[in-house]
Design a binder for this molecule. Structure first.
Ligand code: PMM
Length: 295
């Protein structure tokens, strides 16, 4: 990873680089490490701490700028896990990876998990509820002093598909994210540490996901770095099926995910969150070269 910023990043950058995150002259790549038995595409694989740590080290070796450790599945319909269970799944993995020098984020909606993860070295809190699921999150983020990803979210996983009504999805998500920023800032969160995320798949139908991906330029006008989590999601499977009956299962969506990573990076994303790091790293490098040659 380069530590200098070239012209490639400049035209798409309208925000200060969040302190504490790796710097690069391209979109960052966050590798997904779900320490859960029920995540929609890789559940159960890394359920044991040792396996999870090894997988995290592997993601870092493949070039992940950040490794995102999650202990609760957020797939549609998923049931919440007990706090003690989420802590037991995530904290030892975060600790080991941070000790090994990896920039680790913790994917959690729960303030106590975020706090515990930061205490053992997490460099980023990734909250798919943008602070809505746990009113304690804002104060914890403010005190932790690490960057925070606030994702567009409307409802818990088990009911999120019932809340997918929008007038203009890009405008609505922009307004709702802006409201999150205001609330978090009132709670003491430093705006320079906030990263926003349109929340692809969270209370969104496939057409909403595509419209948001194409509308990143509008979301960027909020002035915050944008993270895009498209990896293996339903809208990718649906586009691969091209209107046909047969959906492509999550494991067969990695090449298409890399294509979406290139599109997101070319649209100005600051970071993409993916299962297959190598392919998306190549993809965001292509986007950076493309952006540079357009100057
Ligand atoms: N999606 C999932 C989990 N965490 N975090 C962010 N910031 N953005 C996302 O879109 C997002 C996320 C669900 O996908 P997974 O089950 O593959 O982790």
């Amino acid at each position: 990873m380069s530590t200098t910023e070239s012209a490639a990043a400049r035209p798409l950058r309208t925000f200060p680089w969040p302190e504490g995150l790796p710097r690069a002259d391209r979109c960052l790549v966050m590798g997904i490490l779900n320490v859960t038995p029920d995540s929609f595409s890789d559940g159960g694989l890394y359920a044991r701490t040792r396996q999870a740590v090894d997988r995290g080290l592997d993601l870092a070796a493949q070039g992940a700028d950040i490794v995102d450790v999650g202990g609760e599945s957020t797939r549609p319909g998923a049931r919440p896990v007990a706090l003690a269970e989420e802590l037991a799944r995530t904290v030892p993995v975060v600790r080991e990876l941070a000790r090994a020098g990896v920039c680790v984020s913790v994917d959690t909606m729960h303030a106590p998990v975020a706090r515990a993860a930061v205490e053992v070295g997490a460099c980023l809190i990734n909250d798919v509820s943008g602070g809505l699921a746990d009113p304690g999150m804002g104060p914890v983020v403010a005190a932790a002093g690490v960057p925070y990803v606030a994702t567009h979210w409307r409802a818990p996983s088990r009911e999120m598909d019932r809340h997918a009504d929008y007038g203009d999805v890009v405008a609505d998500v922009t307004v709702e994210l802006d409201a999150r920023v205001r609330q978090l800032t009132l709670q003491g969160v430093d705006p320079a540490r906030i990263v926003l995320d349109p929340g692809l798949g969270f209370s969104k139908r496939t057409e909403h996901d595509w419209t948001l991906l194409a509308g990143l330029g509008t979301l960027r006008q909020l002035g915050f770095p944008l993270l895009v989590g498209a990896s293996r999601k339903r809208f990718i499977g649906a586009a691969l099926a091209n209107g046909g009956a047969g959906d492509v299962p999550p494991g067969g969506r990695d090449s298409a995910t890399a294509a979406v990573s290139a599109l997101a990076a070319a649209g100005g994303a600051f970071c993409v969150r993916v299962h297959d790091v190598r392919a998306s790293l190549d993809a965001v490098r292509m986007a950076a070269a493309y952006a540079a040659s357009r100057l």
